[in-house]
Structure formats: structure tokens, C-alpha cells
Design a protein around this ligand. Structure first.
Ligand SMILES: *[C@@H]1O[C@H](CO)[C@@H](O)[C@H](O)[C@H]1NC(C)=O
Ligand SMILES: *[C@@H]1O[C@H](CO)[C@@H](O)[C@H](O)[C@H]1NC(C)=O
Ligand SMILES: *[C@@H]1O[C@H](CO)[C@@H](O)[C@H](O)[C@H]1NC(C)=O
Ligand SMILES: *[C@@H]1O[C@H](CO)[C@@H](O)[C@H](O)[C@H]1NC(C)=O
Ligand SMILES: *[C@@H]1O[C@H](CO)[C@@H](O)[C@H](O)[C@H]1NC(C)=O
Ligand SMILES: *[C@@H]1O[C@H](CO)[C@@H](O)[C@H](O)[C@H]1NC(C)=O
Ligand SMILES: *[C@@H]1O[C@H](CO)[C@@H](O)[C@H](O)[C@H]1NC(C)=O
Ligand SMILES: *[C@@H]1O[C@H](CO)[C@@H](O)[C@H](O)[C@H]1NC(C)=O
Ligand SMILES: *[C@@H]1O[C@H](CO)[C@@H](O)[C@H](O)[C@H]1NC(C)=O
Ligand SMILES: *[C@H]1O[C@@H](CO)[C@H](O)[C@@H](O)[C@@H]1NC(C)=O
Ligand SMILES: *[C@H]1O[C@H](CO)[C@@H](O)[C@H](O)[C@H]1NC(C)=O
Ligand SMILES: CC(=O)N[C@H]1CO[C@H](CO)[C@@H](O)[C@@H]1O
Length: 684
């Protein structure tokens, strides 16, 4: 109750009778003052001890007396109803008395007290009030007197909350109204009682009169009111998962409201525990002392959940696609840690980002974490530590190939494989160990490092000092000599046994643009292929391409061999030119012209001539005629020599000519031997 005031209304005027009182008047009033209920009888005895006297008398508006010669005189009213009555007893002394006329006034208090007093309230509807509205209580007391002896008390429950007195001097009864102003009820005031009490205190001579109004019981109506814990209803309300709307949001009111919860227009049971999927707009309709219809955004709070892959393989420098999904309300904060340090994952990962990460998701409810293993893969780096080298024949050496990559690169070597070369891998590095270096270890060594991201290679050249490697192919036969119009032969081209694993390809190159990918070659046109230079070409790992020639000859024996020149008669001592013509022979370089005279082969003609096709060639000799030649046969023969690889062809001889040499006769003086005289048999 905030404030109170009271107003007393005066409905009746009053009359004041002013009287004087003589102090030494020799009479006695018994009783001297009297409290009388309205309508009750009253008697006051007036007496005196003075005598003689003329008499006593009552001057009063009701039942007064004249002077009566008595020493005591009662005044009696059977039914006192005169509010302003003021009886005085007069004393009249005898003539020679020392007393003078005097009087005494009796004090008469006439009172009336109601049987009921009533309490009422503004806007009254049987004690029902609305919370926080202002109410005035009124206490009505009718017909009470004397009001100056009245005390009015206001009670709330049994506590005096206000006391009121009335300082009117009127003696007549009045109608009094006391108003208790501005009572503002709260819900806590529900059920309290108010009353007013009238207390009439009429002093020691009179009764004590108390009267209470009926009790006024207050019923405070309020609500319905929606109250959700810890929230601003404008924003909505947050409740923990598992909590129910009924528990979280109270709908209060007097009378107790009937409450209906709706979601999307459908009634729901507010007692069911809420789950994270139940966030949304809810409507609560409550019917109590009034109707409310409130829409409320409800957020269901729950701790974070985090889902990340446990491992991820990323390509270096390309955008990664690591997706961690998380939920929770309030929205959790996501943090990444690596080795205890907070990190931010770059969009493009580099190799140094490989490692284990801790990811945490936290909101104000809880925190979860998970680990993620990131593997950044990248292609092998440029090969280092593989260098050109020069080693001694028979020595031991190694080649090293090393490259960085993720996944760790696999190594592959390209080189001319030999049994003395061993491959070995250790700690991501590959080695080639070579014992007892030979000419076959000459060549290039290519190391390839590869992983799923790419590959690199590097080549080093190994030179074994003082060792020259021959092309490891073998042609058999290594020489082919074929006769014109004869039959063709077969030449084989094979790689040597140690080279078999290293050969990449092998073919016969017969002519320009005539390549035969066969080991065997045989198709010779024995009419035409004068200038064939068949070569077998092979490519090997480590040493590259090399070749060997097949020494090929298509030969033709001469069609004819004829000797010309002067054969006779010749003059001794003179020189004669002889010519041997060889017709249509090939190749000239293999042609040998043998000159014969008698049993003696006296000259050989050869030809510094690379012409492969059949040619005519002549061999000439200058012969100085001598008598010894006379009669001797002279001829020439042509022959093709292929030794030692092929048998020689049979000799083709010319016709033989008999030489006739003329010479003068001579005399020879014999000494110890028999003298012989020769004479020319013929004379020119
Ligand atoms: C007091 O009220 C009553 C009715 O309640 C009325 O009859 C009476 O005349 C009133 N007295 C005065 C002095 O106004
Ligand atoms: C006046 O007094 C006499 C006796 O003293 C009594 O009988 C009578 O009733 C009184 N009258 C009134 C109006 O009281
Ligand atoms: C007293 O007087 C009043 C009015 O004068 C009257 O109404 C009442 O009945 C009387 N009472 C008695 C006891 O005589
Ligand atoms: C209570 O009394 C005051 C003063 O007379 C008045 O202004 C106010 O309107 C009253 N209140 C009610 C609810 O009657
Ligand atoms: C409550 O309010 C909503 C929207 O404000 C309205 O659609 C619905 O009809 C109301 N319900 C009642 C029972 O008044
Ligand atoms: C990201 O990852 C998901 C699932 O692993 C896959 O479906 C999607 O294609 C990837 N996106 C890209 C851009 O790599
Ligand atoms: C990760 O979660 C576990 C429980 O799941 C907890 O014991 C640990 O302390 C957390 N670590 C960090 C760094 O938050
Ligand atoms: C080295 O190689 C040569 C030729 O191949 C061989 O004769 C010699 O025995 C080898 N030495 C060793 C130690 O293997
Ligand atoms: C063969 O001829 C060439 C040039 O045609 C010449 O250089 C060479 O010396 C000659 N050889 C002989 C043995 O005559
Ligand atoms: C007054 O006085 C007394 C004595 O002093 C008398 O006795 C009375 O008779 C007298 N009274 C009158 C009337 O005189
Ligand atoms: C009430 O009445 C008594 C005698 O009857 C008197 O003495 C007293 O002064 C009066 N007034 C109050 C305020 O008590
Ligand atoms: C009625 C009454 O009480 N009368 C008395 C008044 O006083 C005288 C003297 O004291 C008495 O004698 C009366 O009896």
C-alpha cells in the first residue's frame, strides 16, 4: 500500500453552550459527570450541606425544576435524547446567609454507537482486483457520536495500516466515511483481508466500544503471463536440449490459465523434452483472466558436434577440399591447432603443412575435438648427387640418386645392365654399385624418380678409362660374297649375349628407306644390288645406338679377258706395251689381273677403284723384249679375290700368245762350260 489518506465528512452542525462555573458553590453533584447512551435514563443528585437555605433547583431543557426548599434534589430523565443537554443545579441561600446564589453544571456525555460499520471498495466486484490497478477502500460509519472519542483503524490482515481520529467538536451523531486511497494490489496480495475498526473511548466513566467491519477479502487477478527462464521474450528463448517448454516457460495467472502450445498451427505437448530439431516459432495461447496469444522463437541449445575426415591427402599448391561439418547452438567456434599452436589452414597446402591437426568446436555449453592427419603430396624434386664420373678399369664405384617427394619416390634406373651392377635402395635413396668396372659399364645412367604426382630423371655419364666399348652386335657371316645371278644368302644380326637385356631395338638398314626389322636378312637382287651396304643398327640402354656393317659384295666374273699388244716379232731390247682387257667385271677392287709368260707369273694388276658395278678394266705392262722370251707363251688371266672370307673365283684366262723376239747373233766364249751358240731361228 503506497499511500493513504482519510477524509471525514461532517454532516451535522453543532451547538456550543457556553457556561460559567462557580468555584465555591456549596453544592455537590453526584455523579458530577455522566456518560449516557442515547435514550437511556439519567439521574444526577444535587445536594448541599448548607442550611438553612432557600432551596435547590435544576435549570435544564428537560424535566427542570423550580427552586425547591430541600437540601438534596435529584434530576432524572427517563429517556435522554437531548444531544446538547447541559443541566445546572442552582443554590439559593437564605436571606441572612453568607452564601450567595450559585450553580454547578453537570457534565453529561450522550453517546450513540452503530451496530455495524461497512467496508467497500471502488470498482468493486466481490473483492476481485486486477493487479497493479489502483483501488480505494471506503469505511462507512453511520450515526456515531461523539466523533471526537472515535478512533478508526484500518487493518490489512491483522496489521494496522492506518489510524484516523476526528477532531470535530460536535456532540450530535455524524455519518463518517474513511477512505483508504490508492491500494495497488500485487499478486502477493491475493487472499489478503482488509477491515476497518471503530473504537469509541469514553474515558473511565464510560464504556469502551469496539466494532469491526466485515472482512474484505481481496482476490488479485493477473496474467496469463508467459515467463521463460533467463530470456528476453522479444528475442525468443533459449532452452537446453532435453528440457521441455513446460518446464522452461511458465504461464502464470490468477485464475490459473489454461495453456495451449502450438507449432505451425498444430497443438503440441509442451511436456515433451525438446531436441535440436525442434527449434522454431512456437505460439502459446493462454486463457485466464484474459487471453494472450504470443509467438516465441525457441532455440534449442546443444553442445557442438564436429565431423572431420580423420585423414586427408592434398596436392601441393592446389586448393584442398577439407570439409569439417559441425553443428551446435549457439554456433560453435572452430579452432585449428597444430603442435599446440593455433593455426589457420591455408587454401593451398604446402608440403610443410603435412602433419596432425587438432580441431576443436566449442560453444558456451561444451567443447569437442577431433584430430585430422593431413598429408600433402608433391612430385619428386630434381635429382641431386648423380654426377658424371670417370673411373678406372677394374675399379669399384657407385652412383647415387636421391630425390624428395611425397609419397617417397620410387626409383628406376636405365643403363646398360651387367651382372657386375647391383641396385640397392636405402632411406629413400637409390644406389648402383659397380664392381670391377669393364668397358660395358661405359655409358649413360639415367635415374628416374617417380611417385603418383610426377617424375623426374637425370642422366650421368660414366667413362671407364681406357676401355672402349664395341657395339655389342654380331653379324654372321660378317662378309657376304654373292655371285651375279647367283643365289642369295642369309645374314643374321644378333646382339651379344650380355647385351640381350639391354637392347631396345635392332634392325637391318639395307638401303636408304629400306629397313628390315628382322634378325635375318636375305633378299638380294643378284642382278642389281651392286652397291649394297647393309648395316645392322641397334639401340641399347645406356650406350645408345650403334651399328655394324655387313661386308657385302656382289661380284661378276669377267665376260672375257683378252690380251692385246705386239707379241711378235719383237726386237730384243725394245719395250712393248701389253694390255689385258677384262670385260664386264665387278667389283674392280677385287679384280686381280695376273700376267704369265711361260711358267712365270711376272705381274699382277690391281685396281684402285671403288666402283661396285661391272666395269671394263685393263691392265697394262711394259715388257722389254729379251731373247729368252722368244717362243714363250704370254697370257693374262683375271680373277676375283675375296680371301680370306670367301673363296676366290676361278681365273678367266686370255688367249695365250707366243712371243717372237728377234736378236742378233752373239758369240759367247765359254769358260769352263760348254760353249753354246745360239742363233736366231728367224730373221726379221
Ligand atoms: C446519516 O445517514 C442516514 C442514512 O444512512 C440518514 O438517514 C441520516 O439523516 C444521516 N444523518 C446525518 C446527520 O446526515
Ligand atoms: C420528570 O421527573 C419525574 C420525577 O422526578 C418523572 O417521574 C418524570 O418521568 C420525568 N419526566 C421526564 C420527561 O422524564
Ligand atoms: C424515549 O423517547 C424517544 C423519543 O422521544 C422515544 O422514541 C422512545 O421510545 C422513548 N423511550 C422510552 C423508554 O420511553
Ligand atoms: C480514489 O479516490 C481519489 C480521491 O478522491 C480519486 O481521485 C480516485 O479516482 C479514486 N480512485 C478510484 C479507483 O475510485
Ligand atoms: C494468435 O495469433 C495468431 C497470429 O498473431 C493468429 O493467427 C491466431 O489466430 C491467434 N490465435 C487466437 C486463438 O486468437
Ligand atoms: C570435395 O570433397 C567431396 C567429398 O569428399 C567431393 O564430393 C567433392 O567433389 C570435392 N570437391 C572438390 C572441389 O574437390
Ligand atoms: C579433446 O577432447 C578430450 C575428450 O574428448 C579431452 O579430454 C581433451 O582435453 C580435449 N583436448 C583439447 C585440447 O581440448
Ligand atoms: C674383373 O673383370 C675381368 C674381366 O671381366 C676379370 O678377368 C677379372 O677376374 C675380374 N676381377 C674380379 C676381382 O672380379
Ligand atoms: C687410290 O686412289 C686414291 C684416290 O683416288 C688415292 O688417294 C690412293 O693413294 C690410291 N691408292 C693406291 C694404292 O694407289
Ligand atoms: C437570621 O439570623 C438568625 C440568627 O442570627 C436568626 O435566628 C434567624 O431568625 C434570622 N432569620 C431571619 C429570617 O431573620
Ligand atoms: C471522551 O469522553 C470523556 C468523558 O466521557 C472525556 O473525559 C474525554 O475527554 C472525551 N474525549 C476524548 C478525545 O476522549
Ligand atoms: C435519590 C437520592 O439518592 N437521594 C439522596 C440525595 O442526597 C441526600 C443527602 O446526601 C440523601 O439523603 C438522598 O437519599
Amino acid at each position: 500500500m503506497s499511500k493513504s489518506a482519510s477524509v471525514v465528512r461532517l454532516f451535522m452542525g453543532f451547538i456550543l453552550i457556553a457556561t460559567g462555573v462557580h468555584a465555591s458553590c456549596p453544592i455537590e453533584l453526584s455523579p458530577p459527570s455522566v456518560v449516557v447512551r442515547y435514550g437511556d435514563p439519567v439521574t444526577i443528585n444535587c445536594s448541599t450541606s448548607v442550611s438553612p437555605l432557600e432551596g435547590l433547583g435544576w435549570e435544564v431543557t428537560v424535566n427542570g425544576t423550580g427552586i425547591v426548599e430541600v437540601n438534596h434534589l435529584p434530576w432524572t430523565v427517563a429517556n435522554l435524547t437531548e444531544w446538547t443537554i447541559s443541566p445546572s443545579c442552582f443554590f439559593n441561600p437564605s436571606e441572612n446567609s453568607s452564601h450567595t446564589q450559585c450553580f454547578k453544571k453537570a457534565k453529561v456525555v450522550l453517546y450513540t454507537f452503530p451496530e455495524t460499520i461497512s467496508i467497500t471498495c471502488s470498482g468493486d466486484s466481490k473483492g476481485v482486483m486486477k493487479e497493479n490497478k489502483d483501488y480505494n477502500f471506503t469505511c462507512d460509519i453511520h450515526n456515531i457520536a461523539p466523533v471526537q472519542n472515535l478512533t478508526l483503524r484500518w487493518y490489512k490482515r491483522d496489521t494496522i495500516i492506518h489510524t484516523e481520529t476526528f477532531d470535530f467538536s460536535a456532540k450530535e451523531p455524524m455519518n463518517l466515511t474513511s477512505v483508504l486511497l490508492g491500494f495497488t494490489p500485487t499478486r502477493q496480495d491475493n487472499g489478503v483481508t482488509f477491515r476497518c475498526e471503530a473504537h469509541m473511548n469514553l474515558g473511565s466513566e464510560g464504556p469502551k466500544l469496539n466494532l469491526s467491519s466485515q472482512e474484505y477479502k481481496v482476490t488479485v487477478h493477473f496474467g496469463p503471463e508467459l515467463q521463460c527462464s533467463g530470456t528476453d521474450l522479444l528475442e525468443g528463448t533459449d532452452l537446453l536440449e532435453g528440457d521441455s517448454l513446460k518446464n522452461h516457460c511458465l504461464v502464470e495467472g490468477n485464475p490459473t490459465p489454461s495453456v495451449k502450445w502450438l507449432k505451425d498451427g498444430q497443438p503440441i505437448d509442451p511436456g515433451i523434452p525438446m531436441s535440436r530439431t525442434n527449434s522454431g516459432l512456437y505460439t502459446v495461447e493462454a486463457e485466464g483472466s484474459s487471453f494472450i496469444n504470443k509467438t516465441l522463437r525457441v532455440h534449442v541449445l546443444y553442445g557442438p558436434e564436429l565431423k572431420c575426415p580423420s585423414s586427408y591427402t592434398a596436392l601441393e599448391y592446389s586448393p584442398h577440399n577439407i570439409t569439417c561439418t559441425f553443428e551446435g547452438y549457439p554456433q560453435p567456434e572452430i579452432m585449428w591447432y597444430r603442435d599446440g599452436e593455433e593455426v589457420e589452414l591455408p587454401a593451398n597446402l604446402k608440403r610443410r603443412d603435412t602433419g596432425q591437426y587438432l580441431i576443436t568446436a566449442s560453444n558456451n555449453l561444451s567443447s569437442v575435438n577431433t584430430t585430422l592427419e593431413i598429408n600433402v603430396i608433391y612430385p619428386p624434386s630434381e635429382i641431386v648427387e648423380l654426377e658424371d664420373s670417370e673411373v678406372e678399369l677394374g675399379s669399384e664405384f657407385w652412383l647415387k640418386c636421391s630425390s624428395m617427394g611425397n609419397p617417397r619416390p620410387k626409383y628406376f634406373w636405365n643403363y646398360y645392365q651387367m651382372s657386375n651392377v647391383v641396385e640397392k635402395s636405402e632411406d629413400g635413396v637409390s644406389y648402383l654399385l659397380i664392381h670391377n668396372a669393364t668397358a660395358f659399364n661405359n655409358g649413360s645412367y639415367t635415374c628416374h624418380a617417380s611417385n603418383e604426382r610426377g617424375n623426374v630423371s637425370k642422366t650421368a655419364r660414366v667413362t671407364v678409362k681406357g676401355a672402349r666399348q664395341e657395339c655389342p652386335i654380331q653379324i654372321s657371316p660378317d662378309r657376304m660374297v654373292i655371285q651375279y645371278q647367283g643365289t642369295s644368302q642369309t645374314a643374321k644380326c644378333q646382339v651379344t649375349s650380355t647385351a640381350i637385356t639391354n637392347v631396345k631395338n635392332k634392325y637391318w638398314q639395307i638401303r636408304k628407306d629400306d629397313r628390315i626389322d628382322n634378325e635375318d636378312w636375305r633378299d638380294v637382287d643378284t642382278y642389281k644390288d651392286w652397291d649394297l651396304r647393309p648395316v645392322c643398327i641397334a639401340t641399347f640402354v645406356g650406350i645408345g645406338t650403334c651399328q655394324k656393317h655387313l661386308k657385302f659384295t656382289l661380284y661378276k666374273t669377267p665376260d672375257s679377258v683378252s690380251l692385246s699388244g705386239q707379241t711378235g716379232p719383237m726386237e730384243e731390247g725394245k719395250q712393248y706395251l701389253m694390255q689385258c682387257d677384262v670385260a664386264n667385271v665387278a667389283p674392280a677392287s677385287n679384280l686381280y689381273v695376273y700376267w704369265h709368260k711361260g711358267k712365270e707369273r711376272f705381274n699382277i694388276g690391281t685396281f684402285n677403284d671403288t666402283t661396285p658395278t661391272p666395269v671394263n678394266r685393263s691392265s697394262t705392262v711394259t715388257l722389254t723384249a729379251h731373247r729368252d722370251h722368244d717362243g714363250t707363251q704370254i697370257w693374262c688371266e683375271a680373277r676375283l679375290h675375296f680371301m680370306p672370307t670367301a673363296p676366290d673365283t676361278p681365273a678367266v684366262p686370255s688367249k695365250s700368245h707366243k712371243m717372237i723376239v728377234l736378236y742378233p747373233p752373239t758369240f759367247i766364249k765359254p769358260e769352263t762350260e760348254m760353249l753354246e751358240i745360239k742363233a736366231a731361228s728367224r730373221v726379221l
